[in-house]
Design a protein around this ligand. Structure first.
Ligand SMILES: Cc1cc2nc3c(=O)[nH]c(=O)nc-3n(C[C@H](O)[C@H](O)[C@H](O)COP(=O)(O)OP(=O)(O)OC[C@H]3O[C@@H](n4cnc5c(N)ncnc54)[C@H](O)[C@@H]3O)c2cc1C
Length: 329
């Protein structure tokens, strides 16, 4: 059921088998599997997933290569709700371990916010990450192109950049390294440091050896129309023409609600076993938040693994149903 401030009270009085934080590709996949295992599931999602900004999902078996992320989310939510799952648009602020049960503190509504606590035996952290974008004076100018031909994901969109003149926007020497795997797709690469970091001698030598250019003057604005970026204007007035771009400026990890748990991490990513279980036995992590490849197909597969493992745990700790107990029910 779609929960709102008006009808959520009964849900605060029950104990769900699992609460899934995040209703993107991973969270919805987990929710669908959990409901099909006849487990009681609540997905809490603040919206605007990375999948939401994905204008075209290019590489998912069975879907046309121009499928918008928003269609995947819409269809996934409808599917989950049709299986009897509960879905709430809200922000998870904090999770407390009360022993065998987790208390999940949630803020509902950006304006006139109300606070509620929901409880569950298991948590799936499916809250993802979000890409840092260039901080230009006019941020709308960035949104006009980001996610269109100003890409944020080499794995997703390297193919789209093949043989094109690409501007790579980095924020550190570390994330500038993306130019080297990008070199598989194209040789025409300009690295924009945006004045944010020094290119050390080693990096400069390696870039020059490949014939890649370096531009250290900050970018004033992107140029183009109809969401197609055709170049950049620099703060010194020069214009550089481009055919496409790649932003590589790191990501924000959406996991502050887990801060109290000392979970094993790799950078900002949660480390899990092969069934997506974190270092806490009842907390699973899936999708972009988990260490590994940031792809829809991986997030969806992680959701299946986490749900299946939770089902196995619950099934093994519950007396099996027999024909006799079924009649008694
Ligand atoms: C522009 C773009 C293009 C891409 N193209 C492709 C592609 O072609 N192919 C491909 O496979 N992948 C692509 N990706 C990557 C893909 O979108 C991600 O790998 C995928 O969405 C990860 O799914 P997820 O469920 O882990 O996270 P998300 O889809 O980001 O979902 C996480 C959800 O959790 C919510 N959330 C976060 N914190 C909280 C909280 N505290 N409380 C409640 N909810 C919370 C978020 O708002 C969000 O709705 C692209 C990404 C971008 C940005």
């Amino acid at each position: 059921m779609k929960l709102t401030k008006q009808n959520l009270q009964p849900a605060t009085e029950k104990i769900y088998d699992t609460i899934v934080v995040g209703g993107g590709a991973g969270g919805l996949s987990a929710g669908i599997y959990l409901q099909r295992y006849l487990l009681d599931t609540l997905i809490i999602d603040k919206g605007k997933a990375r999948s939401f900004w994905m204008t075209e999902l290019h590489n998912y078996l069975g879907l046309p290569p121009d499928t918008p992320g928003r269609s995947v989310l819409r269809q996934g939510k409808e599917h989950f709700l049709s299986l009897g799952g509960d879905l709430l648009d809200a922000y998870v602020e904090e999770i407390v371990d009360e022993g065998d049960i987790f208390a999940v503190r949630v803020k509902v509504g950006r304006k006139e916010s109300e606070y509620y606590t929901f409880r569950a035996k298991y948590i799936i952290a499916a809250s993802g990450i979000i890409d840092y974008l260039p901080e230009l004076e006019n941020i709308r100018n960035v949104y006009d192109y980001a996610g269109y031909n100003l890409h944020v994901c080499l794995i997703c969109d390297g193919y789209e950049m093949a043989d094109k003149k690409v501007g790579v926007l980095a924020s550190s020497a570390g994330n500038a390294e993306v130019v080297f795997p990008l070199g598989w797709f194209t040789v025409d690469i300009i690295l924009f440091t945006q004045g944010l970091f020094e290119v050390n001698e080693d990096l400069r030598n390696r870039l020059e050896a490949q014939g890649y250019q370096i531009e250290e003057t900050p970018i004033k604005q992107f140029l183009g129309e109809n969401h197609q970026m055709t170049g950049v204007e620099l703060t010194d007035g020069r214009v550089i023409e481009l055919e496409t771009g790649l932003i590589s400026m790191g990501s924000k990890y959406h996991a502050t609600y887990l801060d109290k748990f000392d979970l094993e991490k790799q950078g900002g990513n949660l480390v899990t076993d092969k069934m997506a279980r974190t270092s806490h036995p009842r907390i699973f992590a899936i999708g972009d938040l988990k260490a590994g490849l940031n792809q829809v197909v991986i997030a969806a597969a992680d959701g299946a693994l986490a749900a299946t493992h939770i089902w196995r745990d619950i099934r093994r700790s519950t007396s099996p149903k027999t024909a006799v107990s079924k009649v008694a029910d």
